[in-house]
Design a protein around this ligand. Sequence first.
Ligand code: G
Ligand code: MN
Length: 395
Amino acid sequence: MTSLKDTAPGTRLVADPEQADSRLRVLVVDDDAAVATLVARGLRGIAGRISVASDAHEALARLAQEDYDVVVSDIAMPGMSGLDLIRAVRARDLDLPVILVTGAPSLEGAATAVELGAFRYLQKPIDLPRLQHSVEEAARLRGLARTKGGAVTSRERSALESAFRRAMSTLRVAYQPIVAADTRHPAGYEALMRSGDPALASPPAVLDAAEKLGALHLLGRRIRNLVGGEIERSRVGRTLFVNLHPADLADDDLYDAASPLSRYADQVVLELTERSSLEGVGDLQARLAKLRALGYRIAVDDLGAGYAGLSYFAMVKPEIVKIDMSLVRDVDSDPVRQQVVRSLVALASGLGMEVVAEGIETASERDTMIHLGCTYVQGYALARPGPAFPDIEWR
Ligand code: G
Ligand code: MN
């Protein structure tokens, strides 16, 4: 049993992954903490992530930070009502289904709810099975709305499957140098997936297709095996940085000491992006410990771009952090970015972590990031990603 504190406003529940759809994210909004707790508990069996907001303003702040599939909101709340919340949601995201719950049903409220496109209008006391059913239905609708033009019909699915097969058969890895600021020589290389299929040309498109087809593990293994094979072939003595999708953490192959990559684990840094959540990953600490026992080091990628913020530091305790290119861009002329980078570097180096600045496009960005304390630099200004292993230019 979990304690009541688990559903205090602002906290999250992780559902039983056996039963719940781990991808389903629900935001519960109610000023009455007892009701919010009841609703959140009732949804635990079907949703992977449930957040609670105690008023509409907090709900909007959360929606601005994170993606949700369904909102379940009270109507009568002090300040901003549930109806006002839908209005504000509609102003941003037309697809997001909102289920309204009311203690004092009125014809007028119902009419307004319908007019605003509320998905359902339920009355208190809440009938939990009915609520669960509504959330599941809303999530299905959300799935369809999101994949419009994507993998919805079986014909579209089979087109996506052929494109993905082609992407897999043309998949290569490009390598981009990560350069030590002191020696001005590559200390390592980041392995970056490249597809030769025009329908799935960009890495995010390949990842998206893999996700829709349930093939993320297949894709992750392929990339890791290609990198392991390259280390074996080239006998490169430098560190290889390999990106992981959170789903890879659930793949047994990642922990296989005999896999092509694991054999070289002590020269590999696994990058976990701060852009996606690790909330749904069960046993995260044990999994990270296993990887470290194999010899891998862990980096937090895209720091400063994600929504997980600094809680990621505490969860992952990375050996290395990579500052996102959004903080690097124009850093040389932007005192605010400089201050943010300075703080991140102080935090990371205070915890004994090394700092890589990624996405460096000019010599001036490079020099500024080094001046601010980054010990490694990566980006087009030094070298584009290319066949194993590109030379760098420093001028
Ligand atoms: O999320 P991650 O940091 O792993 O993304 C790396 C991506 O950024 C790769 O696709 C790579 O090609 C790209 N990249 C690498 N260096 C630069 C750069 O200097 N500028 C830009 N815009 N992109 C870069
Ligand atoms: Mn990366």
